[in-house]
Design a protein around this ligand. Structure first.
Ligand code: NAP
Length: 280
């Protein structure tokens, strides 16, 4: 079997077109997304530039606020509270990693939940237990969207999520549970990972370990969504799934790069427009 590639770039492009129309329907008032970064982080800078390009295409103004290294948690929270008060600011995102000494949870909780376009405020995270909230966590929503586009029947599908982080693994498991798929979550405590992955009709891998899942761990015909982003010593970006071996077994497979990543950015823009009052 040769997997159909789930082309995240193409899917994101189609989403941006729809989002652009939704943006135009909001009229001439500004819709601003503010990215806050503490210190300089080259990896985050690449990510921010991608976000800026995508935002411009949709018609969202993206402002980048670079706070100096040495900014304390209290100073960062105060900066976020200022943004919460600015009416033209629809969304606020905080780039990670944050310097040691700043608690990411405290910072995320300081964002007004209505402007939390990454969907990581405890209120938005909690809301996914009650079905899809207005502002779902972007990566989880992206993984869900990619799976739904395959057209496969999710009801009753054996679904295995590898990784149980708060921002990725757990919300993905919950969103897929809403489709009545039978969800198993694997993590560091899981014995015999392959025994679980091999029976998955839908396999989502979100760990951050290059090549953790090989083709021999995949059920023939399965839909495999690779969330992982790993940078090799040569600078090359790979996922958590060994692409070449997985592609000979899976029915659908997301590439890395070009799979979940671009759709995650599109979800961020969708959330920003929703936060600004658009129906998308
Ligand atoms: P994380 O917070 O480090 O979580 C990784 C998860 O994997 C944890 O739940 C960890 O369990 C689990 N894990 C570690 N080793 C494992 C193993 N051998 N078998 C099974 N589970 C294992 O990372 P994250 O934020 O969830 O991100 C995961 C990956 O997705 C990273 O590569 C990240 O860069 C990528 N990512 C991509 C996007 C995108 O848009 N494409 C967005 C966000 C993240 P313990 O906590 O118990 O150790």
């Amino acid at each position: 079997m040769t997997a159909q590639i789930l082309d995240g770039k193409a899917l994101a492009q189609a989403m941006r077109l729809r989002l652009r129309s939704a943006r135009q329907r909001l009229g001439p008032r500004p819709v601003r997304l503010v990215s806050v970064e503490v210190g300089q982080n080259p990896a985050a800078d690449v990510y921010v530039r991608n976000q800026q390009r995508a935002a411009a295409e949709v018609g969202i103004e993206m402002e980048v606020s670079n706070l100096p290294l040495g900014t304390t948690e209290a100073m960062l929270v105060a900066a976020i509270q200022d943004l919460n008060r600015r009416p033209e600011v629809a969304g606020v995102i905080v780039q990670r990693p944050l310097p040691i000494g700043i608690d990411p949870r405290a910072v995320q909780s300081a964002i007004d939940p209505h402007k939390d376009v990454e969907g990581m405020h405890p209120a938005n995270m909690g809301a996914i237990l009650y079905r899809e909230p207005l502002l779902p966590p972007c990566t989880a929503a992206a993984a869900q969207h990619l799976i739904v586009t395959t057209g496969m029947d999710l009801r009753g599908a054996e679904t295995v999520v590898v990784g149980h982080s708060e921002i990725v693994g757990k919300p993905i498991a919950v969103l897929l549970l809403h489709h009545l798929s039978t969800v198993t979550v694997c993590h560091v405590g899981t014995r015999h990972l392959a025994d679980h992955t091999r029976r998955a009709d839908i396999l989502v891998v979100a760990v951050g370990k290059a090549g953790l899942v090989h083709g021999d761990m995949i059920k023939p015909g399965a839909c495999v969504v690779d969330v992982g982003i790993n940078q090799g010593p040569d600078g090359k970006i790979t996922g958590d799934v060994h692409f070449a071996s997985a592609a000979t077994v899976a029915g659908w497979l997301t590439p890395v790069p070009g799979g979940v990543g671009p759709v995650t950015v599109a979800m961020l823009l969708r959330n920003t427009l929703r936060a600004a009052g658009a129906e998308v």
